[in-house]
Design a protein around this ligand. Sequence first.
Ligand code: SF4
Length: 233
Amino acid sequence: MLISGVQKFTMLDFPEKTACIVFTPGCNFRCGYCHNPEFVLPEEIQKLKKNFISEATFFRFLEGRQGLLDGVVITGGEPTMMGDLGEFIGKVKERDFLVKLDTNGSNPERVKPLLEKHLIDYVAMDVKTSLASYRSLVGAGGRAEKIAQSMRLFMESACQYEFRITLVKEFHTYEMLEDLAKEIQGAKKLYLQSFRPGNTLDPLFKNYHAFSSSEMEEIRGIFSRTVAEVTIR
Ligand code: SF4
């Protein structure tokens, strides 16, 4: 599998576990607020290719962390774009590490067999906005039926999961959020994340804003009607 980077240690990205993070290059979405355009845009990825890490190098590192790390977080870009994601995860599990997958939910067919084989221990899926407004935020890759399938897949799976959403004041309307709350009705866990202006994929978003603390509380109220645990972070 292509590995564009490795973070050797984190206590923040895999709930209650110590882990390393594997980054994969490329994404089929074009979220305006994306802070990692270098891992998303093909022309930027080309520039980083010389720094990619081979699987052999990664697994040598991982074997040296047995007993020291609990798991591996696989993130992107969008990891499910990697055709050999399943093989890679299999090799991680053979070495007795837990696996957390971060995904944008665009590829339920690739994730479902991995869940069925219990190869994934935790999934974090970005739910970007209501299904009807997906494409206007993420571009042509945002196929609502795939996103809806992924939402259902994780909610019905025995695997631990979380949904998370990055909220942008100039994009997300209360109507969209009410719709999304209905679409994830019955979900266990949702994290509300504030948009941070900065280096964004779409330059327009550089001038956009986060919701205020009181607005975030109001939004928490919307989701608390349908989701068991809603946390602002
Ligand atoms: S899903 Fe969106 S935010 Fe995530 S890497 Fe792709 S473009 Fe960036």
